[in-house]
Ligand binder design. Structure first.
Ligand SMILES: Nc1ncnc2c1ncn2[C@@H]1O[C@H](COP(=O)(O)OP(=O)(O)OP(=O)(O)O)[C@@H](O)[C@H]1O
Ligand SMILES: [Mg+2]
Length: 470
């Protein structure tokens, strides 16, 4: 056995050497070690695959013909999992078809046996350089994704931060993502963020709004059609899949796709090939898919309205977006964001909300989530006098009422006399009590620990008395 020369040209390079012929394993191993490589040997494809599960190698050298898993199978497995490992194949039975297949599958080189060991050492050196370059490029790409400007997405709360962390992690993979969230939670926005943080950001972002397309049009929209494919098809038209080539395709509200179209969609996703309606020509497509849904697709599967196999394909990665009620901490930031947007558009000077209006906005629960908050801010600003703070009276009745129904127990300091603050609290608390308490006024007075008369006086004072008696 030779000693390891730590100054060799292959220092820091880990090589996995696979052959069922012991003599080749041993002599090649020594030559590679002489150049400083770390070498692990395996005498079958299956054994190699096992080793690969627990260790990373920069270069794999494998014989093509072996009992069990062949060199080509091993190559396929390696290329599916680790992207910066180079694979060199060697064979005693040089065969053009095999060589072409190997290259197609991404092998670095195809060397015919017998060969002098020095030749293989040179090939490994070159492969290693390529592997290093590949991993550098990958790191660079990931860093760019992490730096991608996603400033248009607002939110600092814990649940939202988790969403954005996931966006940045999965963006650079080509995995299909299923985004689930109630209406107005930002599903489309997050899908755009995924595209912009991905390596496809310079490619197209194409959205198909599945809910707004009648079934008859949906297939033509998705897959395109040939000239004369149906009445009115005067010329051939590309489908959205083709338009999204090298980019991202968003299937918005995918739960609205009828079962018949789901079958075709599944085929396209599996085979990565589309056929325009009325044409038998397969067109290869390179598209990253994102799908959204308001509700759980599992329930639709159980109800027989969505194909299990399609759900499986679409939900390689699932992201659930929190409702705005789950990330209340983001409301002030979002208000600021929408105010800035509106200010630019409306040219009314700097717009802002009064303290009372903000209280109401913070206490409301937004069943329509971020979209509703955006509308509330917009419509209040539309009604506002230029240059004045927007007061609570400009917020819609629904917002004011529901916000009042949940008194804000967090008390802040507002430079006002204590008596006024106490009054404010008392009024808010009593409003709440009147709405929520189911018993009579006498019972309410007892619960509040005051006399009936005192309750009656307070309700009168705050103009809360509806005139209703027990
Ligand atoms: N985190 C956020 N930062 C800034 N704007 C947001 C954010 N989330 C949502 N919005 C805005 O709220 C509106 C609704 O978002 P979007 O359309 O992405 O939601 P959605 O989940 O697709 O809604 P729907 O279910 O109604 O289709 C958009 O105007 C979007 O720009
Ligand atoms: Mg949407």
């Amino acid at each position: 056995m030779s000693t390891t020369d730590v100054h060799g040209t292959l220092k820091d390079c880990a090589v996995l050497l696979v052959d069922d012929e012991q003599t080749i394993l041993l002599s090649l191993r020594d030559s590679l070690k002489d150049e400083g490589a770390t070498v692990v040997t395996a005498s079958s494809g299956d054994q190699a695959l096992n080793v690969l599960k627990s260790r990373r190698f920069q270069v794999v050298i494998s014989d093509v013909r072996m009992p069990g898993l062949s060199g080509l199978d091993l190559l396929t497995a390696v290329k599916e999992t680790v992207s910066d490992t180079e694979v060199i194949l060697m064979t005693a039975y040089a065969n053009v078809e095999h060589a072409v297949a190997a290259m197609r599958l991404g092998s670095y080189d195809y060397v015919t046996k017998p060969f002098p060991n020095e030749k293989m050492v040179r090939v490994v050196e070159n492969a290693w350089t390529t592997s290093k370059l590949r991993s550098e490029i990958r790191d660079l790409r990931q860093r760019t994704a992490q730096d991608a400007d996603l400033g248009f997405v607002v939110g600092k709360s814990e649940p939202w931060r988790k969403v954005m962390d996931k966006v940045r992690t999965v963006a650079t993979t080509d995995s299909t993502v299923l985004v689930i969230g109630q209406s107005g939670t930002g599903k489309e926005l997050v899908s755009r963020a995924l595209h912009l943080a991905s390596n496809r950001r310079d490619g197209p972002f194409v959205r198909v709004h599945c809910a707004s397309l009648p079934q008859t049009l949906m297939e033509a929209e998705l897959f395109g059609h040939a000239k004369g494919a149906f009445t009115g098809a005067a010329q051939e038209v590309k489908g959205r899949f083709e338009l999204a080539h090298r980019g991202t395709l968003l299937l918005d509200e995918v739960d609205e796709i009828p079962l018949e179209v789901q079958v075709k969609l599944l085929r396209v996703i599996q085979e990565r090939v589309v056929e325009r309606l009325g044409s038998g020509t397969p067109i290869p497509i390179d598209v990253r898919l994102i799908a959204t849904s308001k509700g759980s697709l599992e329930e639709l599967v159980a109800a027989g309205r969505f194909r299990q196999d399609l759900l499986y394909r679409l939900s390689v990665v699932q992201m659930r977006l929190p409702s705005l009620a789950e990330r209340k901490d983001d409301i002030p930031l979002l208000i600021e964001h929408f105010l800035a947007k509106v200010t630019l558009r409306m040219k009314k000077g700097t717009l802002g909300f009064s303290r009372q209006a903000l209280e109401v906005l913070l206490n409301y629960d937004y069943p329509g989530n971020v979209r509703e908050l955006e509308h509330v801010v917009e419509s209040a600003c539309a009604l506002a006098e230029p240059g004045t703070a927007v007061g609570p009276e400009l917020l819609s009745e629904a917002v004011r009422e529901r916000a009042h129904a949940r008194p804000n127990m967090r008390v802040g300091f507002a430079a006002q006399p204590l008596s006024a603050a106490v009054d404010e609290f008392e009024r808010s608390y009593l409003t709440h009590a009147l709405r929520e308490f189911k018993g009579s006024r006498s019972d309410l007075a007892r619960v509040l620990g005051i006399s009936r008369k005192s309750l009656w006086e307070k309700l009168k004072k705050y103009e809360l008395d509806s005139g209703k008696e027990d």
